[in-house]
Design a protein around this ligand. Structure first.
Ligand code: PLP
Length: 412
């Protein structure tokens, strides 16, 4: 008899029977308001009827056709639909299955295009769990400890974490850019640097939006030195932040954009987008895999993008995100350990700190665990695990946000 690995069994006390919209119905007979959405994946809510129907219909036509051998219609359609939302100039799209694989595809492309070895990443960044993606991840040692050697050529620069430094945003940005300039002469020369890789909002690193001035500083340095700017929009993309892409809060656009998670409401598919000229510097056979760009996942992706547009979900994420943050700020006034509330759209984090202002993962974890018996599913994140994150579906209603805040208050 087999049993689940203890790595999985510890994960959650809830077993899903079925799920719909913002709700998970457990085998214990209870309903849970889901503010985890499979870690930011079920963007249109659980089992949106249009997504279910698109996947059902596609399953009856073709489930899998390997995309380097035979192309299929859903992937062509998804590419057209992405063309309507991608930043101008990023008109060439390549597909994989997961965020980590897309991250690997992006850095592989950057290295092939520049002929340079090094990648600069930013403190607190999370880019996945394959060995290469874990090598690029600095959100905490649990992601990369114990299976060294990691991929070579990765250099970490500071992220402007103004709250933790106790600085204003401008001071933090100036500091982080100065440190980056120093890194570019001390540890990796600009002409050895293939790419900067950054999330527009740190996800596992603590739900920290990158200040627009910081992204603009990276863009300027990337242009000056011929470095490829890669934005990992795996968690922040597809409407989550109240704009379609998280980087739209700044004036920049990337050379390579990575998307996954919310793009197909739970079906595994990911993509990188770049200019056709940059994409042409890779070569067929160097990227992808057997299941990349699966037909059913692509059909679900098409339906997801249609639903996001037709139901105005980007705007809903903005408005409901403000409601959520305002409600959390009211709670903040009552709880001393509630040190910072931040995020964009429906990507909100609460950082917990002790009386000395030091990260307080014990309280964060206790609060997160206390939400489940009160009918609300939440997650933690942050380098020290001291941030509780709330990631409702983009279809979440005003009443559901109010209910979530009430449950969260009880948990506190
Ligand atoms: N990049 C970011 C920003 C993520 O949040 C994640 C996953 O949480 C990944 C990459 C890795 O994605 P996956 O778990 O699909 O491999």
């Amino acid at each position: 008899m087999a049993s689940l690995s203890p790595l999985l069994k510890q994960a959650t006390p809830v077993v899903v029977d079925y799920a719909s919209g913002s709700w998970i119905h457990g085998t214990d007979g209870r309903d849970y308001l889901d503010f985890t959405t499979g870690i930011g994946v079920t963007s249109t809510g659980h089992c949106h009827p249009r997504v279910v129907e698109a996947a059902r219909e596609q399953t009856g036509k073709v489930i899998h056709a390997q995309y380097t051998t035979v192309m299929h219609k859903p992937l062509l359609e998804l590419t057209d639909k992405l063309g309507e939302v991608l930043p101008a100039g990023l008109d060439s799209v390549f597909y994989a299955n997961s965020g980590s694989e897309a991250v690997e595809a992006a850095i592989r492309l950057a290295r092939m295009a520049t002929g340079r070895p090094n990648i600069v990443v930013f403190q607190g960044g999370f880019h996945g769990r394959t060995v290469a993606a874990a090598s690029l991840t600095t959100a905490g040692t649990k992601f990369s400890a114990g299976f060294a050697p990691l991929m070579a050529g990765v250099h970490m620069a500071p992220f402007p974490y103004a709250f933790r430094y106790g600085w204003d945003e401008k001071t933090a940005v100036d500091f982080a850019l100065r440190e980056l300039d120093y890194l570019l002469v001390s540890r990796t020369a600009p002409n050895d640097t293939a790419a900067f890789l950054i999330e527009p909002v740190l996800g596992d690193g603590g739900y920290l939006p990158a200040p627009p001035a910081f992204l603009e500083g990276l863009r300027e340095r990337a242009d000056r030195h011929g470095i490829v700017l890669i934005l990992d929009e795996v968690q922040a993309g597809c409407g989550r932040t109240g704009k379609f892409w998280g980087h739209e809060y700044s004036s920049i656009s990337p050379d390579i954009l990575i998307t996954a998670k919310g793009i197909a409401s739970g079906f595994p598919i990911s993509a990188i987008a770049a200019s056709a000229a940059l994409m042409a510097k890779g070569w067929p056979g160097s990227q992808g895999g057997t299941y990349g760009g699966n037909a059913v996942a692509a059909a679900a992706g098409c339906a997801t993008l249609d639903v996001i547009r037709d139901e105005g979900l980007v705007e809903n994420a903005r408005v409901r995100g403000e409601q959520l943050r305002d409600g959390l700020r009211l709670l903040q006034d009552k709880y001393a350990a509630f040190a910072d509330v931040r995020g964009l759209g429906l990507m909100q984090g609460i950082e917990f700190a002790d009386a000395a202002g030091e990260p307080d993962p014990e309280t964060a974890s206790a609060v997160q665990q206390a939400t489940t018996p009160r009918g609300l599913l939440t997650l933690t994140c942050g380098p020290a695990g001291n941030v509780v994150r709330l990631i409702p579906a983009l279809i979440v209603t005003e009443a559901e946000i109010d209910l979530g805040l009430e449950c969260f208050g009880h948990a506190l």
